[in-house]
Design a protein around this ligand. Sequence first.
Ligand code: NAP
Length: 226
Amino acid sequence: MKTILITGVTRGLGRAMAEEFIRLGCVVVGCGRSEKEIVQLQKQFTAPNGFAVVNVADDSQVAAWAGQILSSHGPPDLLLNNAALINRNAKLWEVPAQEFSDVVDVNIKGVTNVLRHFVPAMVKRRNGVIVNFSSGWGRSTDAEVAPYCATKWAIEGLTQALARELPSGMAAVPLNPGIIATDMLRSCFGGSASGYPLPQAWANIAVPFLLKINPADNGRPLTAPV
Ligand SMILES: NC(=O)c1ccc[n+]([C@@H]2O[C@H](COP(=O)([O-])OP(=O)(O)OC[C@H]3O[C@@H](n4cnc5c(N)ncnc54)[C@H](OP(=O)(O)O)[C@@H]3O)[C@@H](O)[C@H]2O)c1
């Protein structure tokens, strides 16, 4: 039985992936900041699945969570760095300093905090796949989402550099998930977000794809099938 670690499981793609991985017989451990949704997940999906309130931008919270998970479940087979924020649509020079920092803190530093505390155990076992969620906007750009674009381009570079550091038997890839009708898409696309697939429909196709990523993919920028 595979253990899947997912950040940002309280809604959107993370939530849909958690449900689909569990339906396929995997064990899911996940986190998010919203306590109400985490408690609901704990009730719906009991042990060996596990859900915790963790802010990935806080290195000490991630360290404590990793300590618990690594002793209860061991290293994950698949680590999905999915949690992210997008800035409110605005020209770059109109984005407040705090909002820019928040996007960087979650999308780049948060991803790195998770890697810092989980990857050593995966490397020791010389096994496991790391998927860092990128975006179409990690490979192209658009007006009014510059902070988000900057972080997703960073994810592409960070992940490809990480791939060069892993032992054989492992993989790290940046993944563009496509365009899916989530809170994040509603933030940047407004009403036209409703023309895109719902997270559950996306997860039905994306989860089997994620389960097939293997060491031969190491360092390859991937795009989820539609
Ligand atoms: N939807 C799309 O079309 C699309 C396109 C390209 C890329 N992506 C990428 O796909 C991933 C998922 O996006 P989504 O559309 O599902 O976004 P979403 O609906 O906004 O969900 C984001 C998730 O991340 C969690 N999160 C945010 N900040 C966090 C933090 N500091 N610590 C822990 N969890 C945190 C949120 O939970 P809490 O608020 O409870 O913490 C939530 O569960 C992201 O990496 C996004 O950039 C999405």
